[in-house]
Write a protein that binds this ligand. Structure first.
Ligand SMILES: [Zn+2]
Length: 173
């Protein structure tokens, strides 16, 4: 497995709508494994393909946060929200592409999502609470949407300027 560099906002690739995955099998499984390893290493609870520069509709996640919890890695190819609850809740969200920045974001509390696995087999499942927030955050990435896009422009610009500064510092290092 290989750790992949994670793109940092602002980056044009994080603002694009990704293409559906049409090729299933070994290469896709390898990409999903690399993304999971990269996510656990970061560490994070979700990672979408465009965050590692792959412009395809694929995401990985594992919202088991307890250190002694059993890992529950999930790989979702071509995911789509098929139902969302009226009830909403608020989580403080962060993003591996926007390191060190967090904000409270309101989303539907539960969602039903359909997707394919790396072999192309179809699945559908309901997600609740943190898992629901995570899967919605990651699906947003596939449409070029970041959690800061839900914030007021001033707050979003402040975070973007901090990230530009961080990238300049990283480039110098
Ligand atoms: Zn993110």
């Amino acid at each position: 497995m290989t750790l992949k560099p994670i793109l940092i906002h602002p980056d044009p690739r994080l603002k694009k709508v990704c293409d559906p995955v049409s090729a299933f099998g070994r290469d896709l499984a390898k990409l999903a494994d690399d993304m999971l390893e990269t996510m656990y290493d970061a560490p994070g609870i979700g990672l979408a393909a465009p965050q590692v520069g792959v412009m395809q509709r694929l995401l990985v996640m594992d919202c088991v946060k307890e250190a002694d919890g059993t890992p529950a890695p999930m790989v979702l190819v071509n995911p789509a929200v098929t139902w969302k609850s009226e009830e909403r809740n608020i989580y403080e969200e962060g993003c591996l592409s926007i390191p060190g920045q967090y904000a409270e974001i309101e989303r539907p509390k539960s969602v039903r999502v359909s997707w394919q696995d790396v072999e192309g087999k179809a699945h559908e499942q309901e997600f609740d609470a943190l898992w629901a927030t995570c899967v919605q955050h990651e699906i947003d990435h596939l449409d070029g949407v970041l959690f800061i896009d839900y914030l007021k422009p001033l707050k979003r610009q402040m975070i973007t300027r901090k990230m530009q500064k961080l990238k300049r510092e990283q480039a110098r290092a």
